[in-house]
Design a protein around this ligand. Structure first.
Ligand SMILES: *[C@@H]1O[C@H](CO)[C@@H](O)[C@H](O)[C@H]1NC(C)=O
Ligand SMILES: *[C@@H]1O[C@H](CO)[C@@H](O)[C@H](O)[C@H]1NC(C)=O
Ligand SMILES: *[C@@H]1O[C@H](CO)[C@@H](O)[C@H](O)[C@H]1NC(C)=O
Ligand SMILES: *[C@@H]1O[C@H](CO)[C@@H](O)[C@H](O)[C@H]1NC(C)=O
Ligand SMILES: *[C@@H]1O[C@H](CO)[C@@H](O)[C@H](O)[C@H]1NC(C)=O
Length: 309
């Protein structure tokens, strides 16, 4: 008798433990509460992305695509291009679209809809300009934009990439190439001039350059970027780095970054396997050829609902 009853008790105890743990997991996933200590229960989480930012070893990367408010279709397309890449590299990569003040009434509704749906837009306090300091305003604003995420990790991102909206970024390749590199004082990209392989020669092309978070904070606090804003944004950025002797950990990502092969130039390269970014995708045909080359849509799952050929 005694044995049996203790068995029953143990059974009940186990059951209530299980229910309790299950309940905790439910709570955590519903509220997206981020308990460092509960990471042990990762089994409970639906996907690997549930607690991405708390993994000490996880790289956090912000890809910021500078674009214009009216480029709705471009953003729609880029959301698909980025959103259909499955991260295999244990990192958190956020993609945000960046532009200056809205100027038209209809934008207020259209952009608000996008934000409500995707929450991937940053509107800076500036008026649209190509070469009069938008990039500078962007980097200077970043620490404040992400400063109220008090419960989040520090730094909010290890690396910030500034990318053009005609650049195809292969996110897994980017993560793989950044992972072994310094997390401080890093200035990474495609060296200009195109013919040079020396990362200290001039500056990194605006197609997509990466800096570590300490450089973002330095830009926020320094007078140099505030005073020198006029000129091609990538060249101006390089001037700050040179004048302030920053970005001493330089990495030349040539030829894993390059311009689309057509038209051929010293800055272009055939599409090849070892690619982080392809730039100057100025029309749909170039995008399609690039996505096709990299088998971008190969992971499409078969279904009775559609057939593509
Ligand atoms: C989660 O990550 C582990 C290893 O990090 C991997 O084995 C597993 O397949 C991943 N699960 C999902 C759902 O992606
Ligand atoms: C935005 O910029 C303008 C001029 O550049 C300045 O007067 C204003 O105070 C700024 N507003 C905010 C909210 O920072
Ligand atoms: C941008 O909009 C904000 C808020 O309406 C305004 O305070 C600021 O002066 C504008 N900045 C510029 C440069 O037009
Ligand atoms: C490209 O790289 C992938 C992954 O490393 C490999 O599976 C594939 O066979 C490579 N393709 C070519 C054409 O080298
Ligand atoms: C694309 O897929 C083909 C066929 O599966 C393969 O031979 C090729 O290496 C892949 N290309 C890349 C860039 O991975």
């Amino acid at each position: 008798m005694a044995v049996k009853s203790s068995k029953v008790n143990r059974g009940r105890f186990m059951l209530s433990c299980f229910i309790f743990i299950f309940f905790l997991c439910m709570l955590a996933s519903i509220n997206e509460v981020r308990f460092n200590g509960i990471l042990k229960f990762r089994r409970c989480s639906v996907s690997n992305e549930s607690f991405p930012a708390n993994e000490p070893d996880n790289l956090r990367i912000l890809i910021s695509v500078l674009t214009l408010p009216d480029q709705y279709l471009r953003r729609h397309f880029l959301r698909m291009v980025y959103g259909t890449q499955t991260l295999t590299e244990g990192a958190r990569v956020d993609v945000k679209f960046v532009f200056c003040n809205l100027t038209k009434e209809d934008q207020k509704t259209m952009v608000a809809l996008e934000i409500m749906r995707y929450n991937d837009i940053i509107i800076l306090n500036c008026s649209e300009n190509m070469n009069k300091g938008k990039t500078s305003t962007f980097f200077r604003s970043l620490p404040e934009i992400f400063s109220n995420e008090m419960d989040g990790p520090y730094p909010p991102y290890h690396y910030v990439m500034k990318a053009d909206d005609d650049t195809y970024v292969r996110v897994n390749s980017l993560v793989r190439s950044l992972r072994p590199l310094a997390r401080e004082d890093l200035y990474y990209g495609f060296v200009i001039p195109c013919g040079s392989m020396d990362p200290f020669k001039h500056y990194m092309s605006g197609m997509g350059f990466v800096v570590s978070w300490d450089i973002v904070e330095w830009i926020h606090g320094s007078d140099i970027p505030r005073k020198h804003v006029e000129g091609p944004e990538d060249k101006v950025f390089g001037d700050w780095m040179r004048w302030a002797r920053r970005g001493n950990n330089r990495y030349n990502a040539k030829w894993s970054m390059y311009n689309y092969p057509d038209p051929p130039s010293v800055c272009s390269h055939e599409l090849w396997n070892d690619t982080v970014a392809v730039h100057l995708l100025k029309n749909q045909d170039k995008w399609i050829r690039t996505l096709t080359y990299f088998n971008h849509t190969h992971s499409l799952k078969p279904s009775k609902m559609y057939h593509l050929s």
